[in-house]
Ligand binder design. Structure first.
Ligand code: SF4
Length: 332
């Protein structure tokens, strides 16, 4: 009998690695797929795929996850993580690839009842139905607790070699990791910025004001200090030389770049669409985070430069600008 062929979702976490190992034991030929976006990377999956010696396809998931952030049919988890829909969409994308290749199944490393919200029996059913993969979605780590899938009933996958894991305890997974020689895997919770509460505040602020359509702004969510001034102006303020360079590189159409003229200090980027506070207010903010006077500028009136589409312009600031004025508007 021919071997079952399937595509296994690989995050790089232990369960997704074990899924590949168990599927192989059950007689399947497995390739892996992972998803990347500004909110999560494919790095852990690439490392795991190399260790498992499994071919890996990396899919750019940016447009999908942004669309889910705007309208998540099953809502968010504890932060701005649309996990149920995100997971279902990843499985649906893997399903499209499976069909295009004429393969038999898509697999995941889910364990029944491991996560109270997203991995209970009902959620697993929702994900299977909404991804359009009924009967073709194999969960090798808990398959024996679920209805047999098509490749199992067709005898292409040996159900007796699939597992019956349930719950949050990880002893069995740790024992399996030792059995399969898996030593390198990130913690189960890490990896997705959308689950972090502080990051979620930045995402919500961006959604409310500039929106998520400009990918430059989405990518910049990972760096810099953020302020939302009372008039609605968004200020992205570099914290060090590396972030200042990144902000300068991102500057261009749609942004005003601000930097101290006479002091050593940070670069700020303002989205033009929400630049509604006075330039003097923004200039004081940038000056408040600036340091010493630049060499050769000691006799000059302190000033901050604005580089916009209509050309550069200097705005003078008082000698003393206090951070306290702006802390109330910082997004922490
Ligand atoms: S943790 Fe992040 S990547 Fe994972 S399903 Fe949730 S939103 Fe998607």
């Amino acid at each position: 009998m021919r071997k079952a062929k399937g595509l296994s979702l690989l995050s790089g976490g232990l369960d997704s690695q074990l899924a590949v190992c168990v599927l192989r034991e059950a007689g399947a030929e497995v390739e892996a797929v992972t998803f990347a976006s500004p909110f999560f990377s494919a790095d852990a999956a690439k490392k795991a795929a190399a260790a498992l010696d499994v071919p890996l396809t990396v899919v750019d998931f940016t447009a999908d996850v942004i669309s889910l952030l705007k309208d998540p049919p099953h809502g968010f988890g504890g932060a701005v993580n649309p996990c149920i829909d995100c997971h279902a969409t990843m499985i649906a994308r893997a399903g499209e690839m499976m069909r295009a290749r004429g393969w038999d199944f898509v697999a995941t490393g889910e364990v029944l009842n491991q996560r109270p919200m997203s991995q209970n029996r009902q959620s697993l059913g929702v994900v299977e139905r909404s991804s359009g993969l009924a009967g073709r979605l194999v969960r090798p780590l808990c398959a024996q607790l679920l209805e047999p899938t098509v490749p199992e009933t067709e005898g292409l996958l040996d159900r007796s070699k699939l597992l019956a894991l349930s719950g949050r305890r990880r002893e069995t997974q740790m024992a399996l990791a030792r059995h399969y020689g898996l030593h390198d895997y990130p913690s189960p919770a890490g990896g997705c910025k959308l689950t972090e509460k502080g990051y979620a505040r930045r995402v919500r602020d961006l959604m409310e004001h500039e929106g998520l359509d400009d990918l430059r702004l989405v990518r910049l969510l990972n760096i810099a200090r953020r302020f939302r001034l009372p008039g609605g102006t968004g200020v992205i303020l570099g914290r060090d030389a590396e972030e200042n360079a990144m902000l300068s590189a991102a500057a261009g159409k749609g942004f005003v770049r601000v930097s101290p003229k006479t002091m050593v200090g940070p670069v700020a980027l303002l989205p033009e669409a929400t630049f509604r506070d006075s330039p003097e207010t923004v200039a004081r903010l940038v000056a408040a985070w600036s340091g010493r006077v630049k060499d050769g500028c000691a006799g000059e009136t302190p000033a901050v430069m604005f580089d916009a589409a209509d050309g550069p312009r200097a705005v003078e600031v008082p000698r003393e600008c206090k951070r306290e004025e702006f802390l109330q508007w910082q997004i922490l």
